[in-house]
Structures are given as structure tokens and as C-alpha cells.
Design a protein around this ligand. Structure first.
Ligand SMILES: [Zn+2]
Length: 378
């Protein structure tokens, strides 16, 4: 693979853009020292070089979805639940595609809609605390990188929630196996259940109801990170929230009335507590899901929504780069420093001033291989 030299480029260091400099991509890594003679030269004048983006919440079942991610600068994708496990697993470790990490099959209550409607096998129903170690061992055997737990709200009609003690047992079993835990939470009460169980990361943000002081306190005391998926939550408000049964139900149970600004206020609470806020799109192709954020493109939508919710542009960018890598222990990426993976995005303008600049992509490299423009050096 030829080396690449990107010159006159301002590098995002996690807080700001530095003075124009030269970055070497060599042997798949960010290099140090002089460039080899055969290096390809790219003039980065007027541009910013960022670590490749990490989408911390997506659902991947074919290579085209990963290629779309790459075109939008996403070089690492964390799958958060694969109904078609073999198809998803076959996309791991493919040169020229984003790195794919996987949750494998997700934990839910026996008979949940993830099993009855979304294609997960009956064995992914966890029958009680005593079944937690078996479930985690199954995920380890299928080479899952972390554990995803669905925490459902008993107030939602048709839900089959895992009891709180089963959620806690899953967290304990996952930690014993060296896996971190990601909990799907949909409401204030499920957020509380997940925090009580000691999960490492929560994903989604409640759109009905507001945080009380005890929950704010608990967020401040914990070390929990959040993947808000704001684009998805807006989709949920417009699809599920607009359906007649839900509108009628929310008349009877006012706490169920859905508002997008509730999700933004949860993001603000996590930010005020100093917790890590990660960028995840929930891009998916499941037509039983309330909304299908487009692969790759929606990462830029999510960045803009996080800024609209009160994050600084640099904070939002960290949530798609260094903070995402730290939270998921992806120690070889997330920053542009010698020895880290040569996953980089070259854009026009200054995204620390205007987050919309992330969409103006000039080039994307995965492990030093230029993938945008498509087919450049392959
Ligand atoms: Zn999802």
C-alpha cells in the first residue's frame, strides 16, 4: 500500500484545529518521520483532518451499508444488534470497509417483540437472573464485542420487560466475561433501571417525561456514557408518537406524551454531569423499526442535533472520535497521533466553528487506504 502525505492541513486534536502541518499515512498507521519516496501527495490547504468517525449505534447486514458509511467518513461502526447474525459477522475485518464491531444478538425478555417480530431467536430471551451467565457465554461464543440489553417499560402495551434483577445479573455476567454493557432505554423508568443495574452505556433518550432530581443525581454519581440517537428519537416522536393508539394512551397517561425536546434535555443533563456523550445514528434497514436513519449521512445529522441540544462542536466531534474510542476500549483509533490507525477524514472548513462543515468531505482513508473518492488508490 503506498504511503500518503497530507500537507498544509489543520489537525483536530480533540479540542481545536492546530496550525497547518503535514500528516503521513504509512503501513496503515499514522506515521512519524520522513515520507517514503513513492508517497502520494495530497494538498490539505484550507482543510481540516479529523480522526475517522465512529458510529456507535447502527444495524448492519450488508456491505453496501458499510460502503455508504465510509463515503460519509465513518471508519468504525458499532453494530447494536444483529438479527441476521451470519450476514453481519461476515462483514467483520474486511479490508477497505469500516471496522465493524458487534453486539451479536440482544438480550430481551422471553416473548419480547425482538423475538416475535424482529427475528431474534427464542434463545435470546433471558428467563431470569440464573440464565444470565448462559446468555453471556452464548454471546462470547459468537464473538460479540459487547453486550446489548433491551430494557423495556412495563407501561408500554405489549412489552415483555426483563425484570431489574435479571438486567443486573446480565451486567455482572458480562463484566465477568470482560464485556461492557449497552442498555437500550426508552423511558425515564428504564433509564433508572439501567443505571441501578450498573450498565456502562445507555442508548436512546426518553422522549416522554423529564428527569427528576434523584435521577440527575444518579447520572452525576455514575460513570455511565450515553448514545442519544437524537435523529432516531425525532423519528420515533413523529411515527409512534403520531399513531392514534399512542395519542389516546398519552391522554390517559400524560407521562407518555412524546416530545423531542425531552430527548434534548436528557442530553443536556448528561452534559452538565460531565458524562461522555457519543454519536450513534441507529441507522437500520428494518421496516418494523419506527424510522430508518440513512447510513453514513445521518452521522452528520446527529452531530448537528447534538450541537443544537447544547454541545459545543468540539464536544460533539469528540463523541464521534476519541470519546467513542475510549468508551469502547478501541485503543488503536480515535485520535490522529503517531502509531494510531490511519483512519482519517479530510474536510473543507472548520467544523469546530460550524459543525455543518463535516459534510464537506474531500477524502476518507481507512487504514491508510483511500476510499473516497471511491476507487482512488485501489
Ligand atoms: Zn438500534
Amino acid at each position: 500500500m503506498p504511503a500518503t502525505v497530507i500537507s498544509n492541513v489543520r489537525v483536530f486534536d480533540g479540542a481545536q484545529l492546530g496550525a497547518p502541518t503535514t500528516v503521513l499515512l504509512h503501513d496503515g498507521l499514522i506515521g512519524a518521520g520522513p515520507a517514503p519516496r513513492a508517497a502520494e501527495h495530497v494538498d490539505g490547504r484550507g482543510g481540516a483532518l479529523l480522526p475517522g468517525f465512529i458510529d456507535t449505534h447502527a444495524h448492519i447486514d450488508d456491505a453496501a451499508q458499510l460502503r455508504a458509511m465510509a463515503q460519509w467518513g465513518v471508519t468504525t461502526v458499532l453494530d447494536m444488534g444483529a438479527a441476521h447474525l451470519d450476514a453481519t459477522m461476515s462483514l467483520k475485518d474486511r479490508p477497505g470497509l469500516p471496522t465493524l464491531k458487534t453486539a451479536g444478538r440482544v438480550a430481551s425478555g422471553p416473548g419480547s417483540m425482538f423475538i416475535t417480530k424482529m427475528g431474534f431467536p427464542a434463545s435470546t430471551g433471558v428467563t431470569g437472573p440464573g440464565d444470565a451467565a448462559r446468555f453471556v457465554a452464548d454471546r462470547v461464543a459468537e464473538r460479540s464485542d459487547y453486550l446489548k440489553i433491551i430494557v423495556e417499560d412495563p407501561k408500554i402495551p405489549g412489552s415483555k420487560p426483563l425484570p431489574a434483577d435479571t438486567v443486573a445479573a446480565l451486567v455482572t455476567a458480562a463484566h465477568a466475561a470482560g464485556l461492557c454493557t449497552v442498555a437500550h432505554v426508552v423511558s425515564i423508568d428504564t433509564l433508572r433501571t439501567a443505571l441501578t443495574a450498573g450498565v456502562d452505556i445507555v442508548t436512546h433518550t426518553p422522549v416522554a417525561g423529564t428527569l427528576d432530581d434523584s435521577l440527575r443525581h444518579r447520572i452525576a454519581e455514575s460513570d455511565v456514557a450515553v448514545i442519544p440517537t437524537l435523529a432516531m428519537m425525532d423519528g420515533v416522536v413523529h411515527t409512534i408518537g403520531g399513531r392514534l393508539p399512542m395519542r389516546l394512551l398519552s391522554l390517559v397517561v400524560p407521562g407518555l406524551r412524546m416530545r423531542y425536546h425531552h430527548a434534548e434535555s436528557v442530553v443536556a443533563a448528561f452534559a452538565a454531569a460531565g458524562r461522555a456523550i457519543l454519536v450513534g445514528t441507529d441507522a437500520n434497514s428494518n421496516h418494523d423499526s419506527p424510522f430508518q436513519p440513512p447510513y453514513g449521512q445521518s452521522l452528520h445529522d446527529e452531530l448537528a442535533r447534538l450541537v443544537a441540544a447544547g454541545l459545543t462542536p468540539a464536544q460533539a466531534l469528540r463523541g464521534a472520535t476519541s470519546l467513542a474510542a475510549d468508551t469502547f476500549a478501541l485503543t488503536d483509533r480515535g485520535t490522529i497521533s503517531p502509531g494510531s490507525r490511519a483512519d482519517v477524514v479530510l474536510i473543507d472548513g472548520d467544523p469546530t466553528r460550524d459543525i455543518a462543515a463535516t459534510r464537506a468531505i474531500r477524502g476518507v482513508w481507512i487504514a491508510g487506504d483511500r476510499v473516497r473518492p471511491e476507487g482512488t488508490n485501489r
